[in-house]
Design a protein around this ligand. Sequence first.
Ligand SMILES: Nc1ncnc2c1ncn2[C@@H]1O[C@H](COP(=O)(O)OP(=O)(O)OP(=O)(O)O)[C@@H](O)[C@H]1O
Ligand SMILES: [Mg+2]
Length: 356
Amino acid sequence: MSTLETLPPKIATEPAIITEDLVRTFGEKVAVDHLNLRIDKGEIFGFLGPNGSGKSTTIKMLCGLLTPSSGKAIVSGIDVRRDAERIRGKIGYMPQKFSLYEDLTVRENIDFYSQLYGVKGPKAKRRKEEVIELVGIGHYRNFLAKQLSGGWKQRLALCCALVHQPEIIFLDEPTASMDPVARRGLWDLLFTLASSGVTLFVTTHYMDEAERCSSVGYIYNSRLIVSGGPDEIKQVREVIGQGNIHLEVVCKPLVKTFNLVKALPYVSDVTIFGQALHVISEHPQVEMLLAEDLRDVAVQVQNIREIQPSLEDVFVTLTKASMAEEEVRMRSAAEAKPLNALSTGFDDEEEGEADA
Ligand SMILES: Nc1ncnc2c1ncn2[C@@H]1O[C@H](COP(=O)(O)OP(=O)(O)OP(=O)(O)O)[C@@H](O)[C@H]1O
Ligand SMILES: [Mg+2]
């Protein structure tokens, strides 16, 4: 029996989602590679990673829509491999692509999902009005889904995912086509849901959204590279390189200075962030050196200060490290191959000679 099954059921600390070495392959392609996650109840978990890194595949496995190739996933206390059907009643799923009925009205779409999830009787009427109010879609209730803008379609999809009062909601890029005001509105809604004990699993490409999550995971090339609270991840020096110093340099002209700073030998990375440069260096005197070097080339420096790395800094650094590791691995595999082939060839010849 695994340690998961020995956990007492329904204790306060029981996680909402737990995965152990979860794998999904599509032919030769490993889409999710030995994923280990633990997400507590009431958390807003942000799942980040580049296109094709395995986020949607993970969500589909956790929702019981895609069978894992190996490993384990427990969602709301249920094993996804054993009882995917029962999981669907406990979760809400808002897919990456709009999946509602375009020719039905907002109200009809909500009615349909309410029936699908078995929400019946007077309770259903009350619940439908509750979600309509919560999401703020009331004045569109008689509009056809296809008449809604992208942002409102997303809100309708959320309404449909909420109607059966799920314990966990999976949202796959819910704010992809939303304007900043709508995005903020949706996040306010997610906070409201989380404060009532609902667990949220959200994928996003937006770093500001990641910063709002109580915990985040970053997946690259199908593998989880790091997970934890946003502040926790930034504090772990080993994650971003021992001794790395992050500086914010407010200066003019920005782009020209960016190119100058990029060429400095003691600077390991530089990027433009709004009206400033973010500089990473391992040199303990970087602040002084940079001030001197920029003065020498007549750059107007308004301010240089040490800052905490952003989540983007952390992910970029980790991605580069992973890419470098992968390159070394592939190079050594490529180097090993001809050698093997060579030695096999010699062996064959020797065997051939011996046989002759
Ligand atoms: N049904 C499928 N058949 C074959 N390959 C698939 C299938 N679904 C996903 N993949 C592959 O698995 C990998 C992970 O895809 P996935 O959709 O999970 O990525 P993602 O992180 O959600 O990307 P995005 O940010 O673009 O939404 C990709 O290489 C994709 O091409
Ligand atoms: Mg996706």
